[in-house]
Design a protein around this ligand. Sequence first.
Ligand code: ATP
Ligand code: MN
Ligand code: MN
Length: 297
Amino acid sequence: PARRSDGRAPGRIRGMSVKLTSPDKLLWPEAGLSKAGLLHYYEKAWPRMERFVVGRPLSLVRAPDGIDGQRFFQKHASKGMHPAIIRTADPEDGEELLSIREFDGLAALVQFGVVEVHIWGSTLDAIEQPDQMVFDLDPDEGLVVEDVRAAALDVIDRLDALGLPSFVKTSGGKGFHVVVPLKPSADWSTVKTFTHDFARAMEQADPGRYTSVLSKKARKNRIFIDYLRNGRGSTAVAPWSSRAKPKATVAVPITRDMLRAGAGPADFTIGSAALERALDGPDPWADFFKAAKPLKL
Ligand code: ATP
Ligand code: MN
Ligand code: MN
């Protein structure tokens, strides 16, 4: 078969429609991670990342001059975006939502200076019916990762008791996200109400440890059960996305056993042996969509 100039077979080439400029630019200076290094990591992560990022609206954190420079949080199309970044009018307000269809799209995001990819909890095909809900555990300053881990295990136990499947990932920041796959049926307002009630129930059961209220004041020495990721247009960091943190952490799907054994958000940085192992071993989220159930109130 015909070969392209890079010697690779056509059709199997990733990122080929995208030309990476300044590939050696260090986007994470402290970690020594360049733009090309990020793209290389995503090539490896793509087989696992693909089904969580394709065909759903994205929010982007851009840092064209690197994570120590100015950062932009972007939800809508702007000028100069590569055509592999798809624009779809939001049926609600006509604003152009951003999505990708294949690896070239992710490569285009990297070229665009994207250092974090955040996802809606619904796909473009069923935009009003979430296919997942997220419990984001946000600790007050001063709490340690063990506290957040205990909260994640508590959320998982409570979901088990309700017969709801759940999967956990590190956030790449301070803690963990517990994610519930849904068969799309309930609408955004139903899912938001459910997650808000769930957060309130945790707060009522253990008010010394948990709060369902966003404010810093309510959080004093507590963990905010952040249910607010579950509104229409809200996003959470995508599984396998890099984070704009000095050490180049990644949001990584882990098993419950890994969580119990002490895995944490700082373990997985781009280039680390732990991240390599996570990518080479069994996929803890392999059954994510298979496990989905409709949310019944
Ligand atoms: P951590 O474990 O440190 O809490 P996290 O990803 O959960 O990591 P949060 O601060 O809890 O971080 O949540 C950030 C969320 O807020 C993102 O998922 C993003 O979708 C959303 N968000 C809204 N506005 C912004 C913004 N201006 N910059 C970054 N994120 C934003
Ligand atoms: Mn969080
Ligand atoms: Mn949060």
